[in-house]
Design a protein around this ligand. Structure first.
Ligand code: FES
Length: 623
């Protein structure tokens, strides 16, 4: 499909008899338009044009006849307007009659409140095949393919599966279960194994990898585990990983091996926890940033790091898990999410899938706060995305008292009339500030008048008129630099924790970058904060930010507090959704064409916008 078509005006489709209406970009199939309205049409092939179950009658609008129509419909049916909805593209306003909505769709609920149809890419079909005899000398392949076709499934098989086929059928007396991933035959198992079908959804982060083992029959999560990305020994962020591949001949192979090793170690842990054999995992989905995807695939990521930042691949793809060294079923598959741009990767596409930002009827803002801030703003009308490099401040780096979010990190700060209270991870004595604590600290200092709107800390004397002496006394000057004593020697049991003017400036640059990205998207979209229905904070870090603090420092636009929501690990949720629903996976595939990428570098207005958001908004300007 021509991606430029999708950005054109939307066309109205009405589904009868329920009279449900939606507007979709030209080129969308009627099948997918129905799924977007929550009215899924019957199918077993997931929209591939092979099961023939998705027929609809086109009452108004274009209904071009496709080869699949000719295969599955009679001439009279075609003349009466019947078409396969998965092949019929919306090219004009349409009214269609849907005789077979999926009657009792199985669904599963996800963390971001989405009800998702259970429609995995992996199918198991139990078959009792007619044994061959002198009157029926069809090949094993034709026998199996014919039986699957009768059940509504298309099939293709490669040499490895064909080699195993004669033994598999005969040892089981032709009573077998065919395992299909899409149309590819993965295995033929003896007897009825339809009750055991599993997959794993991975959020492949630069720092942490999270895996969820799912029962593809019920949608139930059977085990969840996370581990550090073993690549971390060769650099903490994507740029240092890319440098590693550039500096050593075997660097890329080593990082590929480590990615595969980490995923496989999680497969081992998850399958042990869920008491599922490793070869009982037929498919995995992987959502990660573009660099992580390149490294997992063993593709040179260097072009991502140099202008004009053109990666080798951004499309979604399915590969054999064995090709990338991940230990699941020997013929199992791995689906890798597409990306929107070099720095708006598959993890963000997965997050947008989970939150349905580009499919919603109201304008929403999605912000994944981190070293690279990824931002999307949109609705079904139009969606934009950008990447704003924020630097490592949010991870506690380059902050004098900064640290990662581990035991003893201050994750919350409250400055009341005359006291400072700290919330630390594991309630341990405070050791330093992690990202959420950093944002809280700045927000609280500003709100209490210990800092002005430009981010300048007041001296003890200046603040003395505004706050009780006990608070003002925490404002000190060390080596000519102002600082606020966040935790005293008594509280830490060691050195005091000082939050310095330099730290404030680091945070201002980081938040300024993300706030500028948001402002640019709002400008391109031509909207104001009042138009934004919801602000979603995502990611391992974003989810822990206190919405009020984000608003006070101007990290997010000034919207009312209930409109700011932490959505947790949206990328992981998206990976699960794509594993459980092929239709949803197709929605992810369509995302890059639906979401316009806005490049920030090179914009003439960027510097002015950036300077304009470095300070903090006046408290009385917040709604
Ligand atoms: S033919 Fe199977 S969904 Fe259309």
């Amino acid at each position: 499909m021509d991606p430029t078509i999708l950005k054109a005006e939307k066309l109205k489709v009405t589904f009868l008899p329920k009279e449900v209406t939606t507007r979709v970009p030209p080129g969308t199939t009627v099948f997918h338009a129905a799924a977007w309205t929550g009215q899924p049409i019957e199918s077993t092939c997931g929209g591939r044009g092979t099961c023939g179950k998705c027929r609809v009658q086109v009452l108004e609008g274009d209904g071009v006849v496709t080869p699949a129509d000719l295969e599955h419909l009679t001439r009279d049916e075609i003349a009466a307007g019947w078409r396969l909805s998965c092949q019929a593209e919306v090219r004009s306003e349409m009214v269609v009659q849907v005789p077979r909505l999926l009657s009792t769709p199985k669904t599963a609920m996800f963390g971001v409140g989405r009800q998702v149809l259970l429609d995995p890419n992996v199918h198991k079909v139990h078959l009792r095949l007619q044994e061959p005899d002198l009157h029926d000398q069809r090949s094993d392949y034709e026998r199996l393919k014919g039986a699957l076709k009768a059940e509504g499934f298309a099939m293709s098989a490669d040499l490895a599966v064909l080699r195993a086929l004669p033994g598999a059928l005969r040892q089981a007396d032709f009573d077998v279960t065919a395992v299909l991933c899409g149309e590819s035959l993965l295995a033929v198992e003896p007897g009825d194994t339809t009750g055991a079908c599993h997959g794993i959804a991975f959020d492949l982060g630069t720092t942490t990898i999270v895996g969820t083992l799912l029962d593809l029959g019920t949608g139930e999560a059977r085990a969840v585990a996370s581990t550090l990305n073993a690549q971390a020994i060769h650099g903490g962020d994507v740029l240092s990983r890319i440098s590693y591949t550039m500096g050593r001949k075997d660097g890329l192979a080593e990082l590929q091996r480590l990615a595969a090793f980490t995923l496989t170690s999680l497969v081992e842990k998850l399958t042990a926890d869920a008491a599922v054999p490793q070869e009982g995992i037929y498919e995995i989905t992987v959502a990660g940033n573009v660099t992580m995807m390149h490294l997992l695939l063993g593709i040179d990521p260097e072009p991502i790091s140099v202008t004009p930042f053109a990666p080798t691949v951004v499309h979604g793809m399915t590969v054999r898990a064995s090709e990338i060294g991940v230990g699941i079923h020997p013929n199992g598959r791995a689906y890798l999410f597409p990306a929107i741009g070099a720095y708006v990767g598959g993890d963000i596409v997965a997050g947008l899938l989970a939150t349905a930002v580009p499919r919603g009827d109201r304008l929403r803002l999605f912000v994944d706060v981190g070293t690279n801030g990824e931002i999307a703003l949109g609705s079904e009308q139009r969606s934009l995305a950008t990447a704003a490099p924020a630097g490592p401040a949010f991870e506690g780096a380059e902050i004098s008292c900064g640290m990662r979010a581990t035991t003893g990190a201050i994750e919350g700060v409250t400055i009341s009339e005359d006291a400072v209270s700290l919330q630390t991870i594991d309630d341990a004595p405070p050791v330093g500030l992690c990202g959420s604590g950093l944002i809280d600290a700045v927000a609280q200092l500003y709100r209490r008048g210990l800092m002005d709107s430009t981010g300048r800390m007041r001296s003890a004397e200046e603040a003395g008129d505004r706050v009780p002496r006990s608070l003002a006394a925490r404002l000190v000057t060390v080596d000519g630099v102002r600082a606020f004593v966040l935790a005293t020697t008594e509280e830490t049991g060691g050195k005091p924790i000082l939050f310095s003017q330099k730290d404030v400036r680091q945070l201002q640059f980081a938040k300024g970058s993300i706030a500028s990205g948001i402002k640019v998207l709002m400008k391109v979209m031509g909207v104001t904060p009042a138009d934004i229905h919801e602000v979603m904070l995502a990611g391992a870090f974003g989810s822990y930010i206190h919405p009020e603090a984000a608003r006070i420092i101007g990290l997010v636009p000034p919207v009312t507090l209930p409109r700011i929501r932490a959505v947790g690990n949206a990328a992981g949720e998206g990976a699960k959704i794509a594993l459980l629903s092929y239709r949803e996976r197709e929605a992810a595939e369509a995302m890059p064409a639906r979401v316009e990428y806005i490049e920030l570098s090179g914009r003439e207005d960027f510097n002015d916008i950036f300077m304009g958001v470095l300070g903090f908004p006046a408290p009385d300007s917040l709604p």
